[in-house]
Design a protein around this ligand. Structure first.
Ligand SMILES: [Zn+2]
Length: 154
């Protein structure tokens, strides 16, 4: 199959579909709660993962539990996770393509998690959020305006 969807997938080899789907939900949750943008760096593994965000402070205990609650609400809602292939023009109406290389082609694969999240991605995902399991934040560390969230699913 032709691969014209070479998009944003950190460390694809260690790709775990459930963890990676949780990463999409976490990113959208961070965007909505802190307007901080999606993780600029991520390391996704089966057992535990980490995502780095540009944020000017660390999270409070309350915020950590609010993030967990929101992510788990989305998971329990059993939202479908679907891919759609859109033209760049169509895609730009629903997502930012600023991180896509200019030569990524005219068709963009967008991953939709219900109506909660849309993100260009070429990775492998769960088919619905309920498959993911329970999302748990292990820690949040902050230094030099970078917030690192470590998390697992259980
Ligand atoms: Zn993805």
């Amino acid at each position: 199959m032709e691969n014209n969807t070479n998009q944003i997938v950190p460390n694809r080899k260690e790709h775990d579909p459930h963890m990676h789907s949780a990463e999409h939900i976490l990113n959208q949750t961070m965007v909505r709660m802190f307007q901080c943008g999606r993780a600029f760096s991520a390391h996704i593994e089966k057992k535990k993962s980490k995502c780095d965000y540009h944020l000017e402070r660390n999270l409070t205990i309350e915020e950590i539990s609010r993030i967990e609650g929101t992510v788990n609400d989305i998971i329990k809602s059993d939202l479908p996770i679907r891919e759609k292939f859109l033209s760049r023009e169509e895609a730009e109406k629903v997502v930012s393509l600023s991180k896509l290389p200019q030569d990524a082609g005219n068709t963009v694969r967008i991953i939709f998690i219900g109506d909660y999240d849309a993100c260009p991605c070429s990775g492998i995902h769960a088919s619905s959020t309920r498959e993911i399991g329970e999302f748990k934040i292990i820690s949040s560390d902050w230094a030099h305006d970078i917030l690192r969230i470590r998390f697992k699913i259980q």
